[in-house]
Every structure is written in C-alpha cells, then in structure tokens.
Design a binder for this molecule. Structure first.
Ligand code: SF4
Ligand code: SF4
Length: 165
C-alpha cells in the first residue's frame, strides 16, 4: 500500500535516520546480487503504480537538463538550444540547468508530460531505484523517498528483503 502524498514527507522524515544508517551499511557491504534485487523491487512496485495519479516528482521537483536533453527538446520545439534555455531554464547552485519554476511547465492538467517522447533523461530514470550500484545514490534516494511514494515503498521493501546488521 502506498503512503498518501500528504503524509509522505512526514513519514520519510520519521524514517530518515533509520534509512541513513541502512544506506551507510549497504555502502560498506553491498550484496553481490544487489542490482538484480533492485531491478525486481523496482519492477514490482511500478507494476502497481499509476504515475498519472501522482505526478508529485513533476509538481515538486524538476529534473536537471543535460546538453543532450537541451538539444533534443529545443529541436522538438524548433528552437535554438539557447532560446530554449532562455525561455525555460536557470543554472542552480551545482551549476546544472534546471527548470525556472515548478510544477514543471511541461506537465498538463491531467498529469501528462507534454514532451514525453523527448523528456530529459533524468525524468525517464526517476526515481532511479533500478540503477546499478544503487548504494552510490544514497543521499539522492534519501530525498526521493519524501517525494516519490513508489521510491518510499521500494526502500521499505528493500530494508526487509536485504537486511543490514
Ligand atoms: S513521484 Fe514517483 S510515483 Fe509519483 S509520478 Fe513521480 S515517479 Fe511516479
Ligand atoms: S519534463 Fe515531463 S516528465 Fe519531466 S518533470 Fe516535466 S512534466 Fe515531468
């Protein structure tokens, strides 16, 4: 069962210290089959997840845009990359291109992404719970569990399935 969106930040905060300790241990002793297990946990959770009922990632946090993303999306709009940047993006504190504002400009009223076919790589991969060497993105995941109910559940299930002593 997914946590309700309005409770997610509070629940994630309550688990923060436990999750941090878990990922610290996981980093030191990652099981050999971690990639395989994460793939399975991710697929199982997303089979029962309807992102169109949620869109919390698109509403509350934006992706970073790589140069390849900018070129591809600008081309889709028949714009020059710099025109696209001027119109939609700003540079954040890590020197990455991000949206000028959230909710994302490209999200429509029914939670559909209006640039779905050409959306940024970070959107395609969010919440990154099936990436290899998952322990390497511990701090990002600690943030994502407060945004994405599917990521929250995956981490909860992961702690049960891959216990760390
Ligand atoms: S926050 Fe997670 S569950 Fe919600 S739309 Fe984004 S990826 Fe899907
Ligand atoms: S580009 Fe599309 S998938 Fe990415 S945040 Fe915006 S609406 Fe969501």
């Amino acid at each position: 069962m997914k946590p309700a969106l309005h409770e997610l930040a509070k629940l994630a905060k309550e688990r923060q210290s436990e999750n941090k300790k878990y990922f610290d241990k996981l980093k030191k002793h990652p099981p050999r089959d971690l990639d395989y297990q994460m793939q399975e946990l991710h697929e199982r959770e997303f089979k029962k997840t309807d992102c169109l009922q949620c869109a919390n990632c698109c509403k509350t946090t934006g992706p970073l845009f790589t140069s390849a993303d900018i070129e591809r999306i600008a081309k889709h709009f028949r714009q020059k990359p710099q025109q696209f940047i001027d119109h939609y993006l700003r540079i954040d504190e890590d020197n990455d291109y991000v949206l000028k504002s959230v909710p994302c400009t490209f999200l429509d009223a029914e939670n559909y992404c209006t640039i779905y076919e050409v959306r940024p790589k970070a959107c395609r991969e969010y919440p990154h719970t099936d990436r290899t060497k998952f322990y390497q993105i511990a701090s990002l995941t600690l943030q994502n569990v407060s945004i994405c109910p599917a990521a929250f559940n995956i981490v909860e299930e992961m702690k049960k399935r891959i216990p760390m002593k």
